[in-house]
Ligand binder design. Structure first.
Ligand SMILES: *Cc1c(COP(=O)(O)O)cnc(C)c1O
Length: 260
């Protein structure tokens, strides 16, 4: 058998770490979805990771997401049209679901909507309304998550913990967005306790909203955890982890062993 690529090995490792963290928390690793954040990935790496079974991809910026998602769509249909065997294999796999994880301005919503599976970074009513209106125009429903500023860093995007449930209820009434969960980023720190606190607070809001049935049965995702803290996030109940650096390096095509 051919030697595994560096990317395939890193993916194996990330999956093993997800499984180990789930086992520690007595959770089923199948309940944790890996979102591969492609900021530093090349188009080839993105295609490879999808062929390795990763179903969900994330981007932090609209322009990047639009570019990458359309590139993949084009490459897929071009190779299919040429009767490429590999492409035939690919065509049976579902196309990846793209998640917007970075801050989103209202005037950037429009190009995103036809390509996006989920906007994880909703931080205002007005942004949710913009998406609702745009989705209605396209005749579709768009999944969204509310981003919480659980670490309460002033420079960080996201809704304050205290404002989350009310905003969530308002979003849940919109006909063309579906509230599917909460997203948060912990502080970039080695202080495990403060990371855990941010995740726990987010989980508490999540449980409270579920108790109130905000968003209904579709409201079931806690998107928390990145390269430096995803194991803690899984221990604290994450159902989705967003991982970039551990898969693709901290800059495009930088070999593994990078600092994080
Ligand atoms: C970049 C980014 C990630 C991935 O971060 P890594 O540390 O590279 O794993 C996850 N979530 C958000 C919101 C991001 O912007």
């Amino acid at each position: 058998m051919a030697k595994k690529s560096a990317l395939a090995e890193r993916l194996d490792e990330v999956r093993a770490r997800i499984e180990a963290a789930a086992a520690r928390a007595k959770r089923d690793p199948k309940d944790v979805t890996l979102v591969a954040v492609t900021k530093t990935a090349t188009p080839e790496m993105i295609r490879e990771i999808v062929s390795l079974g990763v179903t969900d991809l994330g981007e932090g910026r609209v322009q990047q997401l639009v570019q990458r998602a359309s590139q993949m769509n084009e490459a897929g249909s071009r190779r299919k049209a040429m009767g490429d065997d590999a492409a035939k294999g690919e065509s049976t796999a579902k196309p990846p679901a793209w998640h917007m994880v970075g801050h989103l301005q209202r005037n950037k919503v429009k190009p995103l909507l036809p390509l996006i599976a989920c906007v994880q970074s909703i931080d205002s009513l007005r942004l949710a309304e913009e998406i609702d209106t745009g989705a209605a125009r396209l005749g579709r429903k768009v999944n969204v998550m509310l981003q919480l500023n659980a670490s309460e860093e002033p420079q960080k995007f996201g809704v304050a913990i205290g404002a989350a449930t009310h905003l969530g209820e308002q979003i849940a009434t919109m006909p063309n967005v579906q509230l599917v969960g909460l997203m948060t980023m912990a502080e970039l720190t080695d202080d495990e306790k403060s990371i855990r606190t941010a995740f726990r607070r987010t989980r508490e809001v999540f449980e409270e909203m579920r108790w109130h049935k905000t968003g209904g049965p579709a409201f079931r995702h806690l998107s928390m955890g990145m390269t430096h803290d995803f194991e803690i996030a899984i221990e604290e109940g994450a159902t989705m982890v967003r991982i970039g650096t551990a898969l693709f390096g901290s800059e495009a095509q930088v070999p593994e062993g990078e600092d994080e």
